[in-house]
Design a protein. Structure first.
Length: 323
């Protein structure tokens, strides 16, 4: 038996152990009330601020795409390294205080046991569930990362200007396929955006003061008249799914088929024949089908490059590493 073969077997063994550490009911003995504390806080507060559900779901996505689901998005900058929070894709993130409050409640119950990474994952799921969206399984046992780098966020989080090729490459680098891409994009059904994230499609698509031909002209005219009245408006908010942006439904996909997705990355989903066909099929299916498939992709995303076992740490304060 070769040394190379033994090394491969050892590596596979370590990987399987790491996966085994992420499991349902991870805190059942060490902090049995943890998941209920999260859910009760979410159930009490999200109905009064339903738009926060989209923000917390987005935070989970942005966290997992940089160094995996390790709560690195929550860390503050150090004197040497600007944190992910300060990176352009994350400047509009919100809900950090929401996570901090839940963390403090859990710390009172069982200090130093539950990771910030697990809290983000649970909060994202519970927030969507409370506003009437799908439930998905959240195995726990994630540990918190020690590094947060703004440049890594800029390099890893898919941009709203991405075309289909760039999107599939980005998702593939995280172990997600094309199906995960168009299903996870469905989170935009409850999302909002600043005009500045897509105003180039309205005012200067190719640098010649033109409009993106892929965007429905009537919709573009309405946006310019009633919402994004000037280029690069950083304050005005536009719903990704106008008419039902507080409801987790199929409205986002229906708008894509009408060429009314806000981002280039939204419109890109219909430029691939197979993906467009899948969207058409999804739209004509019962809502429960979308819920079930979205749930599977969310659980898959929640496992990206997780730290388990003795890797990382359990932060006492989600914004700083333990001293």
């Amino acid at each position: 038996m070769s040394i190379k073969f033994l090394l491969i077997c050892s590596l596979l063994g370590l990987l399987s152990v790491a996966q085994a550490d992420l499991k349902f009911g991870f805190y059942v003995k060490t902090c049995p009330k943890a998941e209920n504390i999260v859910f009760q806080y979410v159930r009490e507060h999200i109905p009064h601020a339903p738009s926060l559900a989209a923000a917390l779901l987005r935070m989970h996505f942005h966290d997992c795409f940089v160094r995996g689901c390790d709560a690195s998005v929550l860390l503050n900058s150090t004197s040497k390294i600007p944190a992910e929070k300060t990176s352009p894709p994350n400047l509009s993130l919100r809900g950090f205080d929401f996570i901090d409050k839940i963390k403090s409640l859990i710390e009172e119950e069982c200090p130093g046991v539950v990771s910030c990474a697990d809290i983000i994952s649970l909060v994202a799921r519970d927030s969507v569930l409370v506003i009437g969206g799908p439930f998905w399984n959240v195995p726990t046992g994630r540990r918190d990362g020690l590094i947060s780098n703004a440049t890594e966020a800029l390099n890893n989080i898919p941009a709203p200007t991405f075309n289909f090729t760039a999107l599939t490459k980005s998702f593939a680098s995280k172990g997600l396929d094309v199906t995960d891409l168009f299903l996870l994009s469905g989170a935009h059904t409850i999302g909002v955006s600043h005009c500045s994230s897509f105003s180039n499609r309205l005012y200067n698509f190719t640098g010649k003061g033109d409009q993106d031909p892929a965007l429905d002209p009537f919709y573009a005219a309405n946006l310019k008249k009633n919402k994004c009245k000037v280029p690069n408006d950083n304050t005005t908010i536009v719903e990704m799914d106008p008419g039902s942006f507080k409801t987790f439904d199929l409205g986002y996909y229906k708008l894509l088929l009408k060429r009314r997705g806000l981002f280039q990355s939204d419109a890109a989903l219909t430029t691939d024949v197979v993906t467009k066909s899948s969207i058409i099929k999804l739209v004509s299916s019962p809502l429960e089908v979308f819920f079930k498939e979205f749930a599977m992709s969310m659980e898959k995303m929640g496992r990206i490059e997780v730290l388990t076992g003795s890797s990382g740490e359990i932060r006492k304060n989600c914004a700083v590493v333990n001293s």
